[in-house]
Design a protein around this ligand. Structure first.
Ligand code: PMP
Ligand code: G9A
Length: 418
């Protein structure tokens, strides 16, 4: 759309690109955001974007709370707020995190951000010097890579298995770096129901990661949008729970447990770190959406959040099950996938030789979209994987989408065999 408009208007005599900073020239569009535009426009089943189901949005509750807020709190809700966020919301979240995760709130501070995506950018600003080593999972959340990339880190990617990041490989890497006289600045992990792989870091690995952070002196950024969406298995404490030293910055968000349209998240960490991040945020947007913060405060405080989590878990479980069943039923031999206990995503690995980025166009022509796996790898080294989302469309549509996808994959495998 933008490209079309740009072509139509022509470039005239102005060399627009020449004005961009070097950093802007290096920016690349997010594959997910671009796919969303494509999918919006056609008769395509989207297993691509990590979107909540709109049917789950608690519209009536929001309507009720909004009326209350406008009646009793309009002076605060419609005014600028402090950069750190609306204090009653910050306190309510601290209490909620203490009850839910046993995170000792006396040692941490909380700041409200415009979605956890903003927290990722602010962390980049505050912690990354060009060339600093940032460790990520392979694969990892692609928009975190894009956020950090702006600050020119050197990424090291640690492979995963069904228990999350292979922490023993991280240890080897840390040792190697130490021999070279180098250090890691921070490890970024989506610890529970990972985006994109759907896997969860085991308890042992969580504890070991914190030990390693102490031993090798690095920070941990724990991005945790999905842990409330658990459909099976036992809950597991966040890494932040094991953090005695204040090395873990924990990111939470309302996007999956209220609605992403609020653009509200939070960052929890040592007051020293939060203070600097607050100063960085002052220059970015002054404060997060105040109206939304006051609504979110009521939503947490009056117990709607916990009720809603229970409801969406029941709502999404059959969708997860439907996708797992459809994969079992339709996928050809040689295709593997993860079996997540929660979250929004299943990670699919195809036989070597298939490039899912090249295949994506064919899939869209057949009426199904996924996110090709390549962009989730810091060094784009893996070509034969894809991410499927199971929360956005209903069970029957999931089945049909997986069926169409399986057909495209089968054709591709035949072509590969010649
Ligand atoms: N981190 C991860 C791992 C995500 O999956 C997402 C959203 N898909 C975000 C951060 C950003 O979420 P938001 O800004 O809506 O809180
Ligand atoms: O970019 C978005 O719309 C948020 C979703 C992220 C994802 O699909 O991982």
């Amino acid at each position: 759309m933008e490209e079309k408009l740009m072509r139509k208007l022509g470039s005239g005599s102005l060399d627009f690109d020449a004005y961009f900073s070097e950093k802007a020239k290096a920016m690349k569009a997010s594959e997910i955001r671009e796919l969303l535009k494509l999918v919006e426009s056609g008769d395509v089943i989207s297993l691509a974007g990590g979107l909540p189901a709109p049917e789950t949005f608690p519209v009536e509750t929001i309507r009720k709370i909004t009326a209350e807020v406008l009646t009793s709190h309009a002076d605060k809700a419609l005014q600028y707020g402090t950069t750190k966020g609306f204090t009653p919301l910050r306190l309510a979240l601290a209490e909620w995190m203490k009850n839910r995760y046993a995170i000792p709130t006396s040692k941490v501070d909380i700041m409200i951000v415009a979605g956890s995506q903003q927290a990722l950018d602010l962390i980049g600003r505050v912690f990354i010097n060009p060339g600093d080593v940032v460790v990520v999972e392979g694969p990892t959340y692609l928009a975190a890579l894009n956020a950090f990339k702006y600050y020119d880190p050197r990424f090291i990617s640690i492979p995963m298995d069904d228990e999350g990041m292979k922490v023993e490989l991280l240890e080897e890497k840390l040792e190697q770096l130490r021999r070279e006289g180098k250090k890691v600045k921070f490890v970024y992990t989506v610890s529970t129901f990972q985006n994109p792989a759907g896997v969860t870091m085991s308890l042992e690995r969580r504890k070991r990661l914190v030990e390693l952070a102490d031993e090798y002196d690095f920070l941990i950024v724990e991005d945790n949008p999905y842990s409330e969406l658990r459909y099976s298995g036992e809950p597991i404490p966040p890494i932040k729970h094991f953090d005695d030293q204040g090395r873990v910055l924990y990111l939470g968000t309302f996007s999956k447990i209220l609605a992403p349209g609020f653009r509200l998240g939070w960052i929890t960490g040592s007051p020293h770190f939060i203070r600097k991040i607050e100063i960085a945020k002052q220059a970015v947007d002054l404060c997060a959406n105040t109206f939304g913060q006051v609504i979110a405060w009521k939503y947490v405080e009056e117990g709607y959040l916990d009720e809603h989590i229970e409801e969406i878990v029941e709502f999404y479980r059959p969708r997860r099950d439907a996708m797992l069943e459809a994969l079992e039923e339709y996928m050809p031999e040689g295709v593997r996938w993860t079996r997540p206990d929660g979250g929004m995503f299943i990670w699919v690995t195809l036989p070597e030789g298939i490039d899912t980025k090249l295949m994506a166009e064919k899939a869209i022509r057949k009426g199904v979209a996924y996110v090709p796996g390549e962009a989730f790898f810091a060094h784009r080294e893996v070509k034969n994987t894809m991410r499927l989302n199971f929360t956005y469309v209903p069970e029957e549509t999931i089945r049909e989408g997986v069926k169409r996808l399986a057909q495209v994959i089968e054709d591709e495998m035949k072509a590969l065999r010649g």
